[in-house]
Design a protein around this ligand. Sequence first.
Ligand SMILES: Cc1ncc(COP(=O)(O)O)c(C=O)c1O
Length: 490
Amino acid sequence: MIKTDKIIIKQSITLASALKVIDEGAFGIALMVDGEGRLHRTVTDGDIRRLLISGHTLDDTLELLDDQEPKVGRVGISPKEAMRLMNGASIDHLPLVDKNNHPISIVVRREMDNCVPLSLPHMSGFEQTYVDEAFDNNWIAPVGTNIDHFEKELAAEVGAKHAVALSSGTAAIHLALSLLGVASGDTVFCSSLTFVASANPILYQGARPVFIDSEPETWNMSPGGLQAAFKDAEEKGRLPRAVIVVNLYGQSADMDPIGKICESYGVPVIEDAAESLGATYKKKASGTIGALGVYSFNGNKIITTSGGGMLVSSDGELIERARFLSTQARDSAPYYQHSVMGYNYRMSNILAGIGRGQLKVLKDRVLTRREVFARYAEALSGVDFIKWMPEASFGTSTRWLSVLTVDRRKSPILPEDVIKWLADRDIEARRIWKPMHLQPLFSECGYFTHGEESISDRIFETGICLPSGSGMTVAQQKRVIDALIELFSQ
Ligand SMILES: Cc1ncc(COP(=O)(O)O)c(C=O)c1O
């Protein structure tokens, strides 16, 4: 909403003066008020042009204009309603008036048509060359030089020895479980506070997940909860076959204590780093610490191939096996022979081209997302009832998403109130992942908390993900910040 003081005019001014006001106001409109300050009509440069064409001069006054009932909205209407009124009247400006018909602000269509999304793909310009190469060579297939290069370049970027490019992060988790021998009847421990794709592949294998709570410092897997789960599993004589540790919203879990616990029971760790490519843990790249690491290049991720994933490991045999399984597990024979079940999980050579272009700007994307976060934190530092997702001292988070929680003891504002408020202003915000132990799909599965209280429940109940894309402009972010300040100061 834009203040109107600079575009208020009186009927007695000349056409020349009115044009000047319209020009300086930069909205293509002025608001004519009567002696009591009530809105009389709107005046556009078109209105003045028509007067000039019909023979009047710039020195004539606006008294020449017809009376015209202006289309208005009441101050406080939602932007959606404002848009509905503008669409209904085929106008691009809507003056908002108070109960005395005094204009207070104005809604301008061009300022509103601009939706601020949560996290959009952000191309670098390098992608097209690699995609063109694939077309030029006719490597329009899940095989080709882009794939080979993308695997090597990604592995070099994160410091992994081996990598295999796949059709999705979910496929990478599925293959990781398969490689570690997870089978029907097994259990797999998994972070509870995550997207369902972390846990679904456990079901694909006919195994059963047991969920582990978050700890408050990183929102990632609680070593205390993990230890309790292992103790219980040991007592029951049923250790898990693997542990899936998720690195949430761009931040690594505290891998040392988690790794130690898993090692003491001889159970391998799969790092679900779908959301944390570019983050570090004690100077190592997130995703390279477990036995196997998983990245996602889904459209909303820090870099994208539109859809895709990568499985990395220091164990070359595991990655070779994954490559074999991902291409239908074809035996080396002069015909199509298959001894084990395989999958069609390979990445396309075209998409790998996009990935190569994106990888070139990964570091820049991390910096930009961190800057986005810093601007939110700075602008909202005076709001004492919100807290940001903490950044642990052991490494750098990419701040893939900027996430805040609202302190229930200090404010009655609910996440859905914030999301609706922003949605009404064409700004996309989302709830934090609903923990897996609360999902109907997993209602029969075990859950181990960090302590007395379930941390992931609390984070879920109070958390909101804000628009965080690296392609978001500073002006767009200002709209988000202004909307939040308006809500939080009510
Ligand atoms: C934590 C987590 N794990 C796994 C995935 C699955 O990745 P993909 O969408 O590439 O299958 C995602 C994102 O989509 C995710 O956020």
